[in-house]
Design a protein around this ligand. Sequence first.
Ligand code: ADP
Length: 463
Amino acid sequence: MFSRILIANRGEIALRIVRACRELGVHSVVAYSQADRHTLAVEMADDAICIGPAASKESYLKIDRLIAAAELFDVDAIHPGYGFLAENAHFAEVCESCKIKFIGPRPAAIRAMGDKAEARKTMMAAKVPVVPGSKDVIREEKEALKIAHEMGYPVIIKAVAGGGGKGMRVAHNDPSLIQSFHSARREAEMAFGNGDVYIEKYIDRPRHIEFQILADEHGNVIHLGERDCSLQRRHQKLVEEAPSPIMDEKLRKRMGEAAIKAAKAVKYSSVGTIEFLLSADRNFYFMEMNTRIQVEHPVTEMITGIDLVKEQIRVAAGEKLRIGQSNVQFRGHAIEVRINAENWTKNFSPCPGKITGYITPGGPGVRIDSHAYTGYVIPPNYDSMIGKLICHGSDREEALRRCRRALDEFRIEGVSTTIDFARLLLDREDIVRGEYNTSYIEKMLEAGLPILAEKAGHGGGKG
Ligand code: ADP
């Protein structure tokens, strides 16, 4: 096992990794930006070092500073968390050449899955079903029109370097395709420095079902079941649950096997996620692989009893998986609600600032992963997620009731949050029945935001 790990991240995930290190008896060092000096990860780590100003380009994305920090503290490994450099193959290579273990897959696997167009080709070769679409990157308007006419509208234009819903546009006809083609390319160029896009058939009202992979460096690959992440706004997940309310044993087996095949095709090691779209007629298609720990990993932890971050560190240290596929057992049901500092009644606009009051829920089956506390000032420089509420129950009904109860107990003052929105969502009949898809939240918002806001008892959110 490693003796010292540098955590190249911030927020709740930095704290999550500090906790895993502590339980493993590993010395943790958090690399933080000037804006994150007063955060819980910095407070709770064994050591911490400031690596630059607030702007992530000058700190969390600055490879030379991270390596200097790693050398200074003489760490054996770097944990990249999610976002920032977590899926940067170059960073993984730099770590490797400095004899520092990158806690994640090999650079070649990151690269193979990082380019979505390449990943599609690899999956086709491995006989994993992919969403019908273009074989390659599309560079010309004419080509885009040709593919769209072949497949039929609607289509979705996606950035090969995409992530976080950026560089993605749906088109329903020729004029909107032409416009979307250019705007997706522009947005992707801005966000990722790579404007390449490709085109997929837009699947009508699908569910987003993803499989958790756990793989060691000795060729052992297992899956830990699925998460249903269909509750999204603008392609960003808001609520996730495991197992999926629409899953059955047969489909889980088929999708799980496809997920393992996908991971093996790139000789994957570490934790990772294979994302699928599941159509209404229960066909599934590979969408992408995330080669890192995911925000929503706790729901899998809650139903399997497996600590994914500790397992991730163990396999990076060269250990073999301690369980096989047949040992994986699911217990009960778990739901995660992302808590964002946003004013949901004003188009979910970010709401940084000082948290003046903070009381977290507790009791049976309740877990909070958050770096927030009373007096914490949310910086405007990063994403708006300030924590996650995860509730476990013996079945879905209990998990849902527990989640509603916990949301009622949750008090955050000083800034607006999405707590009330999540509370309304979990009350809805469709959600209770488990009947929803990736468009559900958008439709719900289109239908009646003023009514929803009134129900929640305010016109402008807290704070
Ligand atoms: P990102 O990497 O930016 O998160 P993904 O490829 O994971 O992008 O897609 C995010 C979401 O976009 C999916 O969960 C789904 O809701 C929607 N989506 C992506 N591709 C399609 C498609 N072909 N048809 C319908 N919806 C899609």
